[in-house]
Design a binder for this molecule. Structure first.
Ligand SMILES: NC(=O)c1ccc[n+]([C@@H]2O[C@H](COP(=O)([O-])OP(=O)(O)OC[C@H]3O[C@@H](n4cnc5c(N)ncnc54)[C@H](O)[C@@H]3O)[C@@H](O)[C@H]2O)c1
Length: 477
């Protein structure tokens, strides 16, 4: 394999979302001699990627703006012209969404591959010469076979000398939103699953432009696909495990922060993913777990499926127990209560709201008649409005029982609020002056910290009652 020359000059990536956008920006930055084009069917998204105001990029990630500013229209392009980008590309990354199926066979569990399939058909139609296809999307085991069968039927119909050939590789993405650029610049490892030595070497040489060779793992295709699902299942399991313990800490007088620190210091366990919270969110953990549960059941492994399903059930329970606890603190009714919600993104440093625990917690409060005001440094009102019925949007200055409003002004959020709930661990919220802000609130006032980011001393001099996940009621007046 050592004598293979690197021949990649043009890259096309189908899907300009949370994975495609950051991944291609990092490739463009590290490979100035390669032209990288992101294509998407969503015209609005492509316009946003091309917006001269870099604050309007469709994806928020620390460091992304700089990369786009530096490389856009030099060797990094955003377009809806799939046809041309694919036909010119030596390598095509498929980075489209693979959500859980909502109907048909496997509904509620299996991943919907229709976007992967339609991408493969588009590649089959427009590709020319030899094209390497890389699965970046997270897909069920053996999806590469589906892609291959679509591509090979297209080879059969190619005419004359205009023959097309394809190699299919799996190279799942392990980035975490919020640290995507760092993860892509300096990954723990990258996987390349495949059989075709030439294609594997080309992709490996591409990665080697900035990633040390010893971090590039070559596997068979199915190991590569299953490794991605397994990684997400293990990470989600850690969150559900620590959240389960947070619930046990609260009535026993233990503090989850102390427990996390104690167990995290054990090198066999490690410190990461040990923060208790309102439950995991994001587009991947639940979807990938459901997919693995589906696969396990498909192969007759009921116990394996049940084992992993418990991780999801615990996550649902954690969200419910938090909204219930808040409502019960107000003696079972939050109607006529104003509740300020700090954070709507599923975690800090991203504008992604998919499967955010904020959705179900806010919804539960609205169902119980609360008037909810939401703040998030990077999520817009429009984005939040997708999750709630239209009639639940509150009018300003009127009674908005059972409805929500958005504000970018923390003073307005605190004004006359009965409770504040921290749902996303944004750094901005670490700097809140509780003594001053709590004066704006109605008495008795409450703070529910579902992320465990507020230290008790920060509340000194305020009359605020305080509940923290994994510790319980710390201060009640
Ligand atoms: N978001 C993450 O943190 C993350 C991390 C690792 C892996 N993944 C996986 O990567 C994949 C993409 O995730 P994402 O979060 O970037 O999704 P996304 O929804 O943000 O982006 C997918 C994009 O693909 C576009 N698209 C769909 N079909 C298309 C087609 N036929 N032609 C052109 N464009 C098309 C959509 O318009 C959308 O903009 C998923 O399989 C996901 O599981 C996601």
């Amino acid at each position: 394999m050592n004598n293979i020359t690197f021949l990649i000059k043009k890259i096309c990536c189908i899907g300009a979302g949370y994975v495609g956008g950051p991944t291609m920006s990092v490739i463009a930055e590290n490979c100035p001699d390669i032209n990288v084009t992101l294509v998407d069917l969503d015209e609005k998204k492509i316009n946003d990627w091309n917006n001269s105001d870099l604050n309007k990029l469709p994806v928020y990630e620390p460091g992304l703006k700089n990369l786009v500013e530096k490389n856009r229209n030099i060797n990094l392009f955003f377009t809806t012209n799939l046809n041309q980008s694919i036909s010119e590309a030596d390598i095509v990354f498929i980075s489209v969404n693979t959500p859980t199926k909502t109907n048909g066979l496997g509904s509620g569990y299996a991943s919907d591959l229709k976007w992967v399939e339609s991408s493969a058909r588009t590649v089959a139609k427009y590709a020319s010469g030899h094209t390497i296809i890389v699965e970046k999307s997270t897909v069920p085991v053996r999806t590469a076979e589906l892609i291959k069968s679509i591509l090979s039927s297209s080879c059969n119909i190619s005419e004359g000398n205009n023959s097309k050939t394809f190699s299919v590789l799996s190279s799942p993405e392990f980035l975490a939103e919020g640290t995507a650029i760092k993860d892509l610049e300096n990954p723990d490892r990258v996987l390349i699953g495949g059989e075709d030595e030439y294609a594997i070497e080309q992709l490996s040489l591409l990665y080697q432009k900035w990633i040390p060779k010893n971090k590039i793992f070559i596997t068979n295709v199915w190991s590569s696909e299953l490794s991605k699902l397994t990684a997400n299942a293990f990470l989600a399991q850690r969150i559900s495990s620590i959240n389960a313990m947070s619930a046990l800490c609260e009535p026993t007088g233990a503090d989850i922060k102390e427990v996390s620190r104690a167990i995290g210091a054990d090198s066999r366990i490690g410190t990461k993913f040990l923060n208790a919270g309102p439950g995991f969110g994001g587009s991947c953990f639940q979807k990938d777990l459901l997919n693995m549960i589906y696969l396990s059941r498909f192969y007759g492994l009921e116990e394996v499926a049940n084992y992993w399903e418990q991780v999801i059930l615990l996550n649902e329970w954690q969200k419910k127990r938090i909204s219930k606890l808040i409502i019960e603190t107000f003696y079972g009714t939050v109607s006529l209560k104003k509740i300020g919600v700090l954070g709507f993104a599923f975690k800090s440093n991203t504008n992604d709201t998919r499967e955010s625990p904020s959705i179900s917690i806010v919804n539960e409060l609205l169902e119980n008649g609360a008037s909810v005001v939401i703040h998030d440094p990077k999520v817009s009102e429009k984005q939040i409005s997708k999750f709630f019925d239209n009639e639940k949007i509150g009018q300003s200055n009127s009674n908005f029982e059972g409805r929500w409003r958005y504000t970018s002004d923390l003073n307005l959020l605190f004004k006359d609020a009965d409770a504040i709930i921290i749902l996303t661990e944004w750094e901005d919220y670490l700097h809140i002056k509780w003594k001053i802000m709590s004066k704006l609130m109605r008495k008795p006032s409450w703070l529910f910290d579902t992320r465990g980011i507020v230290e008790e001393e920060k509340l000194n001099g305020s009359n605020i009652n305080f509940w923290r996940v994994g510790k319980g009621f710390i201060k009640t007046t």
